[in-house]
Design a protein around this ligand. Structure first.
Ligand SMILES: Cc1ncc(COP(=O)(O)O)c(C=O)c1O
Ligand SMILES: N[C@@H](CCCC[NH3+])C(=O)O
Length: 462
């Protein structure tokens, strides 16, 4: 957290210089962080027009609530900004059949990276020709299913896969349109990117090492494969376009090399996903229209310098579409002030934790959290919102100012949890995973139901 609220400092708070920043109201909802449909009515948080106390009563806690209008507006915004190109929603951020239908209805394409995600998409009726399959270790069975379903693109990630997919295509008597995933030597996260000469990672074919050019040559020799473009994904939670500029420059360099060596101009360039969202006040994501304009400018400039026709541009946003639409509701179970030696930190334990949000433990992610079931004028206390798992690293929000009258039974809401929370959830400590509930126009509807202990016990057949 980078901001702390106004008001008299509670007697029992740690001096926390890292929380310094502008004073604020503990009940305020920063519109850059909360979904469009989040408001307070008589002090109580409402999401998509529904009182969070009603959501908790009907669907239980913890629960991940998705604001459908917010999701659709972001998806539509992307589609409009990239008119003339293709937007693949990255299902790894969060995918359910309901969400796949929203994506289809808003005119987007879909990026899946496992047979499981493919099954969700196909059983939702998602048009197969608008699906791209990713993955560094796609099995023969997954590739076969994708080919038989007639999916639009396979993004090839290894030499082994070239042969595997070509065989499957030939057996099926079809031609598969493919892109080659290129490791361009750019790694971007938030404000920084690193451009290196060579890459040490599992994804893609190295550009600098020559593997990408070799993959192109091998794919062009396979009758069952039609090479339609190049792909690169440089990272996630990115706040500026400079990394994309380097990546596009390098991809266009390879397009030119392909034209010169093979006399083929590839019609597509996919710049991957990665655009960041605001998790806490002070995070400054770029507007999608500006991103689209900038990416188009970069590719146009690079292509005109290279004397190439402008390829169709694709992107694969996941977090930027579903992240801000999601809010996790938890119920407070215990409140425990702990003497740290230099003050008091209050551990507020909730009924979920690292099983529904691994990102804090895994990436040191920051989140915004508020008391949701009522407003409070109590002075702030420095709190750590922790889960119920048997692990001291089970933290949901590391440092947050909460009203000092927060008590068991209160509801807390954590913002921007739509991406990579439910999709990375686990059953640690035999914990059933939470539901995902869509809210819109004053109504809540289950997209993914809550797992039960019975569900888990059914897996235990010994
Ligand atoms: C190939 C690929 N495309 C798209 C994405 C989506 O990324 P994000 O959710 O950051 O937009 C990822 C994940 O980082 C990815 O690996
Ligand atoms: N799972 C990550 C991002 C990586 C996404 C997929 N390549 C996150 O939660 O931020």
């Amino acid at each position: 957290m980078r901001a702390h609220p106004a008001g008299p400092r509670h007697a029992e708070v740690l001096p926390a210089s890292h929380l310094g920043g502008p004073a604020g109201d503990l009940n305020a909802l920063d519109p850059g962080i909360w979904p469009a449909g989040a408001t307070r009515v008589d002090g109580v948080l409402h999401l998509g027009g529904v009182d969070v106390r009603d959501l908790a009563a009907e669907f239980g806690t913890p629960a991940i609530v998705l604001d459908e209008r917010d999701f659709r507006a972001r998806a539509r915004g992307y589609a409009e900004a990239f008119t003339g190109g293709d937007v693949f929603y990255a299902g790894k951020a969060f995918l359910s059949r309901g969400v796949a239908r929203w994506v289809a209805e808003e005119g987007l394409h879909l990026d899946v990276c496992t047979g499981g995600e493919l099954t969700v998409a196909l059983t939702a009726g998602f048009p197969p020709e608008r699906i791209a399959l990713h993955g560094n270790n796609k099995s023969t069975a997954e590739l076969r299913r994708a080919v038989e379903a007639g999916i639009g693109r396979v993004v090839i990630d290894s030499f082994v896969e070239i042969v595997r997919l070509a065989e499957i295509a030939q057996q099926a008597g079809t031609t598969v349109q493919v892109l080659i995933r290129v490791t361009v030597g750019v790694e971007a996260h938030t404000h920084e990117y690193i451009a290196t000469a060579h890459e040490d990672q599992k994804f893609g074919f190295s550009l600098s090492g020559g593997e990408a050019a070799e993959a192109v040559a091998r794919v062009l020799r396979q009758p069952g494969l039609e090479l339609v473009g190049l792909h690169s994904h440089i990272g996630s939670q990115i706040f500026d376009t400079s990394g994309f500029e380097v990546s596009a420059h390098r991809l266009v360099g390879l397009l030119r090399q392909i034209r010169d060596e093979h006399d083929v101009e590839l019609p597509e360039i996919d710049l991957g996903g990665g655009l960041g969202i605001a998790y806490v006040t002070g995070d400054t994501p770029i507007e999608i229209d500006a991103v689209a304009k900038e990416l188009r400018r970069i590719v146009e400039t690079e292509c005109s310098t290279a004397g190439l026709a402008l390829p169709r541009i694709a992107v694969e946003p996941g977090r930027a579409i579903v992240g801000p639409a999601g809010v996790t509701l938890y119920e407070v179970g215990t409140v425990k002030p702990v003497d740290t030696g230099s003050g008091t930190r209050t551990y507020v334990s909730v009924d979920g934790g690292m099983s529904d949000n691994l990102r804090t433990a895994l990436y040191d992610a920051e989140y915004t959290c508020v008391l949701a079931s009522r407003a409070s004028t109590a002075p702030p206390m420095l709190a750590r919102v922790v889960g119920r798992h048997c692990e001291s690293g089970d933290v949901v929000v590391k440092d947050v100012w909460l009203p000092s009258d927060t008590v068991p039974g209160d509801l807390l809401a954590v913002a921007a949890t739509g991406a990579y929370c439910r999709s990375m959830a686990s059953n640690y400590n035999h914990t059933p995973r939470p539901p995902v509930v869509a809210v819109a126009d004053g109504t809540g509807k289950v997209l993914v139901r809550r797992e039960t202990e019975d569900d888990l016990m059914r897996l235990d057949v010994g």
